[in-house]
Design a protein. Structure first.
Length: 146
């Protein structure tokens, strides 16, 4: 399997949970919003862990650089983590306006982040990682748990 396909699929899964949580909050179904938000948070944080512990180090070892795209992605991961915390607070308070406003910020951040990963970083990983490292990295990523 190609790294970009595997990781793009994970992005879509996270996007689905996020959209369902937002939709539930907008309609005032806080129980469903919380359930979907927890799924979104867990999947997103697991995805970040796969990248930060397996994919990025493999890419950096192959390219000899920890600057550049992986450094930017790590910074953006921290921004997303911060927004997840703020969303959780708004959800707990059942503050629809705050939650939906934060959702807008999160959606913009994630769309830009995912586009950079999908169009640049994952393509670079598929190109520069030798087949055996690609396969072992994918296998390790599949075993990562949050």
């Amino acid at each position: 399997m190609i790294i970009s396909h595997y990781m793009k699929n994970e992005h879509r899964e996270c996007d689905t949970y996020f959209a369902e949580a937002e939709q539930a909050a907008a309609s005032g179904d806080w129980e469903k919003a919380e359930e979907q938000f927890i799924a979104f948070s867990n999947e997103t944080l697991t995805h970040f862990k796969k990248e930060e512990e397996e994919l990025f180090p493999a890419f950096e070892a192959q390219t000899g650089s920890s600057e550049g795209p992986t450094q930017v992605m790590r910074f953006e991961h921290e921004q997303v983590r911060g927004l997840i915390g703020k969303l959780a607070e708004a959800l707990e308070a059942q503050d629809k306006d705050a939650y939906l406003s934060l959702c807008e910020s999160m959606m913009i951040l994630l769309q830009q982040h995912n586009m950079k990963e999908e169009q640049m970083l994952y393509a670079m990983c598929d190109r520069v990682l030798p087949p055996e490292i690609k396969e072992s990295t994918l296998e390790k990523m599949k075993k990562v748990e949050y």
